[in-house]
Design a protein around this ligand. Structure first.
Ligand code: F6P
Length: 554
C-alpha cells in the first residue's frame, strides 16, 4: 500500500462514474415512493444477524444503487484488503505496522501470525494476567497498603486509552460490581482529577494508568498528580505496587515512572489506540464487569469478525453499512453522520465512535499522498436520541442540510422500569418514519382544518410546518445491550470504517493530524510562565492571546 502509485483511484473506477450518474437520477426521487413501489424493500435492504438487525431500507437507494455500490466494493478489492488485514500484513503503511486488533478477540485455536511470530501465546498470557488481577481485586483478595479491600478504580488515560473502557463500562453498568466504583480521568484540566480524588480514600484506590505510548502529556500529568496525592498519604514508595498498575507498549517509561514490572500489562504496536479496548486497555472493563463479561465482549466482536470475513458482500453488514455511508457522503453529498442511540446505556457510544471514525478516516490524501477530490469521513456526531429530539432534531427534520442518521435501539432494556421502554421505542420507530416520510402542505392543511384552524391562519403557517422528508436513516435493533451484543456492535462499526478507508484509498490507521497541535502546545507551555518571553515568531493573534492570558494571571 505504501507510496504505491499502482492502485486504482476510486474516481477512476467504472462503478464510481456509474454511481455519479445514477445519483443524479435518484436525487429526484423520494424514499417514501420507493417504499410504495416495492413491497419487498425491507427484505432487500436489511440484514438480520443473531445480535443485530440492520435495516438500511430508509435510504435513498434502489436495487440499481445496491448493485453499483457492490461493484464499487469489488473494484476496490475489499475482499483482498480484508484478507491482508486479518493476515497481519502491514496495511498501516505510514507507521509500517500490522492492524491486528482482531487478533485480540480471535477465539479460534489457530496461530495468529504477526511479523513472523505467533502472537497467540502473548495475547493469552496478557488475558490471563488481566483475569488474575480483576478476580483478585473484585473478590477482595487484593489488598491496599493498609490491608483494606479496593473499593474504587481510577482509570487514567485519554483518547483510545479512555473512550472505549469508559463507553463499555457505562453501557454494561448493570452487569458491574456494586462494590467497586469506576472513575475515569482523561482531561488535563485539573478539575476532573480533583473532583474524582475528592472523597476517595488512598488506602482503597487502584489506579490504572493506560497509555499506549506512555508519553501522552495529559495522561502523564494526571498520573503524576495521582501519584503525589497517593504518596501524601502512603509516604512509603513500596505502597505503589498495591495501588498502581499500567497498560502500555512502553515498559521502560512505565518502570521509570515507578510502576513495577509485575504491574505492567503489555499491548502491542499492531493495536491502534482507537481499536485497543480489546487489549489490556480493557482492564477497567474486566474490573467493572468481571473477566467473564470481558470475554463475552471479545466473543461478540469475534462473531462479527467471522461474519465480516465470511458473508457475501451483499449480505455483509459492515460492508453494506460502509457502502450506504459512501453513497450518502460521496454521491448524495451529505456532510455529516449522526449516531443516535435510543438506549441510555449507550450514552457514550457517539463520543467513542467519533474517535474511531474521525481519527481513522479524517484524511485528505490518498495512499500515494495525492490530495483527494472526494469527501472522506463526514462529521460524526450524536447524542442519546430521545434527548436529541428535544434539542437538535429540529435541524434534522427541517434544516437546510440533510444529515443521515444511525438509530440504535434495544428490544429489552438493561434496566426495565414499568411504562418506560415502549414510550422510548415508539419514538425510536416514529423518528425514522418522520424523517423519511415527511409531511406535505396538503396534509398539513388537512390536519389543521380538522383541528378547526381558520383557513386564513392555515395559509399563514402551512409552509413552516412542511417536512420534506426524504432524510435517510439506518436502524440497528439489538436484543439487549449485553457484553456480546456490544462487542458485535463495536466490531460492526470498526469494519465499516475499514471498508470505507479502503474505498477512499486513505490510510485509516495513522493519526498524524493530531501531532502538530501537540508540538505547538509543548513549545507554548514554557512561554506561559510569568517571566518567560513570548516567542515573537508567533502570529499576532496567538501572541496577543498569550500576553492577555499572562497579564490576567498576574
Ligand atoms: O493524540 C491522539 C492519540 O494518539 C490517540 O490516537 C490515542 O488513542 C490517544 O492519543 C492516547 O494515546 P496513548 O494511549 O499513547 O496515551
Amino acid at each position: 500500500m505504501a507510496n504505491s502509485q499502482s492502485f486504482s483511484r476510486p474516481t477512476d473506477l467504472p462503478s464510481w462514474s456509474a454511481l455519479t450518474a445514477h445519483a443524479q437520477q435518484l436525487k429526484t426521487r423520494h424514499i417514501k415512493d420507493l417504499f410504495a413501489e416495492d413491497d419487498d424493500r425491507f427484505n432487500k435492504f436489511s440484514i438480520e444477524l443473531p445480535r443485530i438487525l440492520f435495516d438500511y431500507s430508509k435510504n435513498l437507494i434502489t436495487d440499481e444503487t445496491k448493485a453499483a455500490l457492490l461493484a464499487l466494493a469489488k473494484e476496490s478489492d475489499i475482499e483482498a484488503w480484508r484478507g491482508k488485514m486479518f493476515g497481519g500484513e502491514h496495511i498501516n503503511a505510514t507507521e509500517d505496522r500490522a492492524v491486528m486488533h482482531v487478533a485480540l478477540r480471535d477465539k479460534s485455536s489457530n496461530p495468529i501470525m504477526i511479523d513472523g511470530l505467533d502472537a497467540r501465546p502473548a495475547i493469552d498470557a496478557e488475558l490471563e494476567r488481566m483475569q488474575k488481577l480483576s478476580e483478585k481485586v473484585r473478590s477482595g483478595e487484593w489488598k491496599g497498603y493498609t490491608g483494606k479491600t479496593i473499593t474504587d478504580v481510577v482509570s487514567i488515560g485519554i483518547g483510545g486509552s479512555n473512550l472505549g473502557p469508559l463507553m463499555v463500562t457505562e453501557a454494561l453498568k448493570v452487569y458491574g460490581s456494586k462494590a467497586l466504583k469506576m472513575h475515569y480521568v482523561s482531561n488535563v484540566d485539573g478539575v476532573q482529577i480533583a473532583e474524582v480524588l475528592e472523597g476517595l480514600n488512598p488506602e482503597t484506590v487502584l489506579f490504572v494508568i493506560s497509555s499506549k505510548t506512555f508519553t501522552t502529556q495529559e495522561t502523564m500529568t494526571n498520573a503524576k498528580t495521582a501519584e503525589q496525592w497517593f504518596m501524601a498519604a502512603a509516604k512509603d514508595k513500596s505502597a505503589i505496587a498495591k495501588h498502581f498498575v499500567a497498560v502500555s507498549t512502553n515498559r521502560k517509561l512505565v518502570t521509570a515512572f515507578g510502576i513495577g514490572e509485575e504491574n505492567i500489562f503489555d499491548m502491542w504496536d499492531w493495536v491502534g489506540g482507537r481499536f485497543s479496548l480489546w487489549s489490556a486497555i480493557g482492564l477497567p472493563i474486566a474490573l467493572a464487569i468481571g473477566f467473564d463479561g470481558f470475554t463475552d465482549l471479545l466473543k461478540g466482536a469475534y462473531e462479527m469478525d467471522l461474519h465480516f470475513q465470511q458473508a457475501p458482500l451483499e449480505e455483509n453488514a459492515p460492508v453494506m453499512m460502509a457502502l450506504v455511508g459512501i453513497w450518502n457522503r460521496n454521491f448524495l453529498g451529505y456532510p455529516a453522520q449522526a449516531l443516535l442511540p435510543y438506549d441510555q446505556c449507550l450514552h457514550r457510544f457517539p463520543a467513542y465512535m467519533q474517535q474511531a471514525e474521525m481519527e481513522s478516516n479524517g484524511k485528505h490524501v490518498n495512499w500515494a499522498g495525492e490530495p483527494i477530490s472526494y469527501g472522506s469521513v463526514p462529521l460524526v456526531w450524536g447524542e442519546v436520541g430521545i434527548n436529541g429530539q428535544h434539542a437538535f432534531y429540529q435541524m434534522l427534520h427541517q434544516g437546510t442540510d440533510i444529515i443521515p442518521a444511525d438509530f440504535i435501539g434495544s428490544v429489552s432494556p438493561n434496566t426495565p422500569v414499568e411504562g418506560h421502554h415502549d414510550a422510548l421505542m415508539a419514538n425510536f420507530f416514529a423518528q425514522t418514519q418522520a424523517l423519511m416520510q415527511g409531511i406535505d402542505a396538503n396534509q398539513v392543511r388537512k390536519e389543521l382544518a380538522a383541528k378547526g384552524v381558520s383557513a386564513e391562519r392555515i395559509e399563514e403557517i402551512v409552509l413552516h410546518k412542511v417536512h420534506k422528508g426524504n432524510r435517510p436513516t439506518n436502524t440497528l435493533l439489538l436484543p439487549q445491550v449485553d457484553a456480546k451484543t456490544l462487542g458485535a456492535l463495536i466490531a460492526l462499526y470498526e469494519h465499516k470504517i475499514f471498508v470505507q478507508g479502503i474505498i477512499w484509498r486513505i490510510h485509516s490507521f495513522d493519526q498524524w493530524g493530531v501531532e502538530l497541535g501537540k508540538v505547538l502546545a509543548s513549545a507554548i507551555q514554557p512561554e506561559l510562565s510569568a517571566d518567560a518571553k513570548i516567542n515573537p515568531a508567533h502570529d499576532a493573534s496567538t501572541r496577543h492571546l498569550i500576553a492577555f492570558y499572562k497579564n490576567a494571571r498576574k
